[in-house]
Design a protein around this ligand. Sequence first.
Ligand code: YEM
Ligand code: CA
Ligand code: ZN
Length: 464
Amino acid sequence: MAYPAPPLDNIENPRKQRVAYFYDSDVGNYAYGSGHPMKPHRIRMAHSLVMNYGLYKKMEIYRAKPATKQEMCQFHTDEYVDFLSRVTPDNMDMFAKEQVKFNVGDDCPVFDGLFEFCSISGGGSMEGAARLNRGKCDIAINWAGGLHHAKKSEASGFCYVNDIVLGIIELLRYHPRVVYIDIDVHHGDGVEEAFYTTDRVMTCSFHKYGEYFPGTGELRDNGIGKGKNYAVNFPLRDGIDDVTYKSVFEPVIQAIMEWYRPTAVVLQCGGDSLSGDRLGCFNLSMKGHANCVNFVKSFGLPTLVVGGGGYTMRNVSRTWTYETGLLVGQLVGPEIPYNDYYEYYGPDYQLEVRPSNMQNANSREYLERVKSYVLENISRTKFAPSVQMTDVPRDVPEEGNPEEDAEETKDTRGGSQEAWDSHIQKDGDLSDSEDEGEGDRRNIRSYKDKERAATGDEMVIDKN
Ligand code: YEM
Ligand code: CA
Ligand code: ZN
């Protein structure tokens, strides 16, 4: 089976993949605190670029219903979610014990609107997954998602609620096998941990390893029990460049596609693997980063694309915009169009994120050795023991559910940025998904649900 990725300067897509893009204009208003590297404003910057490149013409734009406490508790503990929903900067002194217990403090501060921020991030990934499940799109994008460090009952690494785990749980309702791919410079520890003991999800993270946060993601950490060999870790050193990253990323992903045969993909596109990132140490250009997106897209599987880290805001917004273009089949650039945050892109106002001349500490020999180990392990996943090899239908229409057949209200835009934004956010009857029968994401019963109800074979994650 060969799936050559088209070169980046030719992304015309004969089999058009329908793209649903999730954005909530409130997201840019949340602030972790002065001096904190995580800035939700970068998502608003990316959105402004996306709109001003005209990419709205090629995709449907939605504001997701924010994730509820109940939905978050599909992964997180009730106690932790309850804490997140109650704590505020004004009352946090009353939660001194809980702050220690749930790791809320310097990296993960209590800020105004913390819970709403988590709901937006989580809602986008859950709803993206729900639309993929129902065959309403082929690719779903949520740049406010990708918060891969959050644990079941602990905040970590600027992440509180793990939108990725919530999205994958949603996908598992329809999909027998989901692959999670993480190109953030940090290890995708929260997602790996959530699925470490199952073969229903294969996690694969490329990351800096060695005296670097979070300290996990060793080559030989490959899962346990039923999950043995279903966690893939590719530890890297400083300064990896486009050519060497591609030389390991493509064969590893190709092998996962061939051996594991996932039926859905979640791609975390953390922008801290870019050259010049404030916290990162890799040397990827925008096009080197985007090559991963293009390669994953070329397999044509239902794919949820999420954001993640990324601490040099102008480069994160450049890259996520370019990747949005690639996903909708329209190559953008190289000139930054006028947009709400134009001044951030000076002095050259070019889209490209260029590599630096930093040294690449990943020798060919080191990369070959790690790659051989990883490929050998992936080849052990050929016959995922608890997964039937027969494919599940893409979607099964509900019987007699008129909302399923209701015509989609496409968010067609024109005019100013403000008009677009107000269209999306405030004019609920245009694109709020609760008006499309998806208000309760759990209400959708799938082919697999019915099968499970009949066999008593419930899925997936051990909540305890
Ligand atoms: O390395 C750590 C933890 C904190 N130490 C006790 C170990 N955290 C990482 C998390 C990275 C998640 C992507 C970390 N924190 N790297 C950088 C920071 C960081 C946190 C800040 C919080 C408030 C930072 O680095 C420049 N500046 C901060 C400024 C304000
Ligand atoms: Ca990673
Ligand atoms: Zn990161």
